[in-house]
Design a binder for this molecule. Structure first.
Ligand code: FAD
Length: 606
């Protein structure tokens, strides 16, 4: 007899949306959201009411603690990064990334969704997906959702802002770059909002001040619904088939203290297995199940069931830096919450416990721009970027090249920054030309993956970051709080350079000339980027939804090619990159997957 009707392998962001919607619509359907299993009596890694998850501003301390709500995927050494091994964390907790992310509320470009549809995926264009993006959220801004589970703190005007650096960023924008202009909401899916400065909202409930994640808002809110069974600290090894029909999955304990992490347990699904293990986990489960490229499976002694060479390929992310600037001692930032002791945090936590307000309910980001270059920028971006501009961006006016914004606080790891105030300038590439891959390197589900993120493999991405460093620095230098660069976390320019980093008494005038950089300076910037560029935590694309002949892994109904009864619902299915922080994309994919599965299973009311 089957253990459930639908089994989800992975209980992260997208899985909670799909499982929650299906279970709420049809309480007679048994849903088993598969995560980490408690081996003895340890409840495992639920996120419910855990303060590192629900108190928003603890996100950075949680990440830096290296704690057990993350999997840290260590990449292979990369030539483009001067031999460095990047580390890309992914959420590992019920609710996945939505419980550990930075809560920056961003939505993609219309054309991103239309690109997916045009790849051969009917029903995945902006016309169909925008209503589903709105269905997921409640956000008090025009053109957003009004009745969805995910609650947004809307920031659209100066009165909504708590951080001086945000206001300064927008003030410099207004004075220095009036051509681009400021809009109240750059995340309304309107092409005309691209290339505009804007206040920025966050995934925090404005009433309670709690993080708005999918675990609490799609699963834990259904504690009355006995049909949702969540196993924690269990790791899915592979999918079990009867011929080409999916019948269940095999899992093992993932409890860190478990003496035996290899004993297999098999659970059967009567209707469907859904892989929701994210851009790293889902392709790995497929490969361990015999679905993937022949050479990779053969190298690990796994018999091939379906030849799908696209599995694990097409790894996409956004490449990010946050460069810090000194700020006055009385600057309002989150640095104390990011790096302070529990004693130092107590006042912030007490304030938050009173009414859910204060800096503990914040993420430090309240303004940004998804930017496109003007003629002067294109000249500065140089020849290395021009081909990419002409072939990809020029004809797609709603595709930004970078996202820039100020972060109120120091996010780096240099202990010299402690006890002083800083703000950061964040910059990340929206559509990196460099693409990576992730594959298994063992049939063991606990073994690390063979991961090549591809960061900066292409020179056009290096050119983008070089221009972005200079661009963001020019804005920072004009902000009232600017007191010079925190030099240890900037490029090491030659001592004679006019661009050398130094302390300052205050900002330069808006009309001051821009810094001049020599070719040696440019080399220092590139070296810095190769040494420091990192993930934006937006991994996607490794089980792409596109035609099988084009390297696709799932079709537009999210069904894995070559077998029956197996779907994927997470960001691994996204075939091409998006101009957004990807929580919104996971919500949208989840809502779409819920509709698809409900229709197939004859469930109404989703
Ligand atoms: C540190 C960080 C900061 C971020 N900041 C932002 C932000 O500010 N704004 C924004 O919009 N987005 C942000 N994101 C991105 C966003 O949160 C993710 O893109 C999104 O949550 C991914 O959803 P998913 O469903 O694809 O995967 P996940 O949410 O990662 O879910 C996958 C789940 O599967 C589990 N799993 C993996 N393998 C197995 C297995 N074999 N068996 C069982 N379970 C398995 C994992 O533990 C995980 O819980 C951030 C992400 C991170 C990690």
């Amino acid at each position: 007899m089957a253990d459930a009707d639908v089994i989800f392998a992975g209980g992260g962001t997208t899985a909670c949306v799909v499982a929650g919607r299906l279970a709420a619509a049809d309480p007679s359907l048994k849903i088993l959201a598969r995560r980490f299993r408690v081996r003895i009596i340890e409840a495992g890694k639920h996120s419910q009411d855990v303060k590192t998850h629900v108190q928003p501003a603890r996100f950075l301390a949680n990440l830096k603690s290296g704690g057990d709500s993350f999997t840290f995927h260590v990449a292979q050494p990369s030539n483009a990064l001067d031999g460095r091994q990047c580390i890309v964390p992914a959420g590992k907790v019920v609710g996945g990334g939505s419980c550990v992310n930075f809560m920056m509320y961003t939505r993609c470009s219309e054309s991103d969704m239309d690109d997916w549809e045009n790849l051969g995926n009917p029903g995945w264009g902006s016309k169909d997906l925008i209503p589903l993006a709105n269905k997921a959220e409640t956000c008090n801004l025009p053109s957003h959702g009004t009745n969805g589970p995910i609650q947004i703190t809307a920031v659209s005007k100066t009165d909504d802002m708590q951080l001086g650096v945000t206001k300064q960023f927008l003030a410099v924008a207004a004075a220095r770059d009036p051509e681009r202009g400021i809009v109240p909401d750059a995340n309304d899916f309107s092409p005309s909002s691209i290339n505009k400065y804007s206040p920025w909202s966050r995934y925090v409930n404005p009433q309670t001040g709690k993080r708005s994640d999918t675990a609490h808002h799609y699963i834990y809110n259904q504690s009355h619904n006995n049909n949702i069974q969540v196993l924690t600290q269990c790791r899915v090894k592979r999918v079990i088939f009867d011929g080409d029909r999916t019948v269940g999955v095999e899992y093992t304990s993932h409890h860190p203290d478990a003496k035996d992490q290899q004993t297999a347990v098999i659970v059967k699904a009567s209707k469907l297995v859904v892989l929701s293990s994210g851009a790293f986990g889902s392709p790995a489960i497929l490969e361990r199940s015999g679905i993937g490229a022949k050479n990779i499976l053969a190298a690990h002694g796994i018999p091939q069931l379906v030849d799908l060479p696209g599995v694990g390929e097409n790894y996409n992310d956004h490449n990010l830096l946050m460069t810090p600037y000194h700020a006055p001692a009385d600057e309002i930032t989150l640095s104390e919450i990011f790096h302070g002791s529990e004693d130092a945090l107590k006042a912030h936590e007490d304030r938050w416990l009173q009414d859910g307000q204060g800096l503990m309910a914040h993420n430090g980001i309240e303004a940004a721009i998804k930017i496109r270059p003007n003629a002067k920028d294109l000249e500065l971006l140089g020849a290395q970027f021009h081909r990419r501009w002409e072939s990809f961006f020029e004809s797609q006016p709603d595709k930004p090249i970078m996202c820039f914004g100020p972060m109120a606080g120091y996010t780096g790891g240099n202990p010299e920054a402690r006890g002083h105030e800083h703000f950061g300038m964040v910059y990340y590439i929206q559509y990196p030309a460099s693409i990576g891959r992730v594959h298994i390197q063992s049939p063991d589900p606990h073994a690390p993956l063979a991961f090549e993120p591809g960061y900066l493999d292409k020179p056009e991405d290096v050119a983008l970051l070089r221009w972005s460093y200079k661009w963001t620095r020019e804005v920072a230098r004009r902000m009232d709080s600017y007191r010079g660069e925190f030099a240890a976390d900037h490029p090491q320019f030659p001592p004679s350079s006019a661009a050398i980093c130094r302390n300052a008494d205050g900002p330069v005038p808006i009309s001051a000339p821009d810094l001049k950089y020599t070719s040696e300076d440019d080399a220092a910037i590139d070296k810095f980027h190769r040494a420091r560029v990192g993930t934006a935590w937006h991994s996607l694309g490794t089980c792409a939804m596109k035609p099988r002949a084009d390297g696709g892994v799932v079709d537009s109904f999210l069904s894995v090619y070559g077998v029956k009864g197996l779907k994927i619902a997470d960001l691994s299915i996204v075939p091409t990159n998006v101009s957004t922080n990807t929580y919104s994309t996971a919500l949208m994919v989840g809502e779409k997957a819920a509709v698809i599965i409900a229709e197939e299973l004859g469930i109404s009311g989703v």
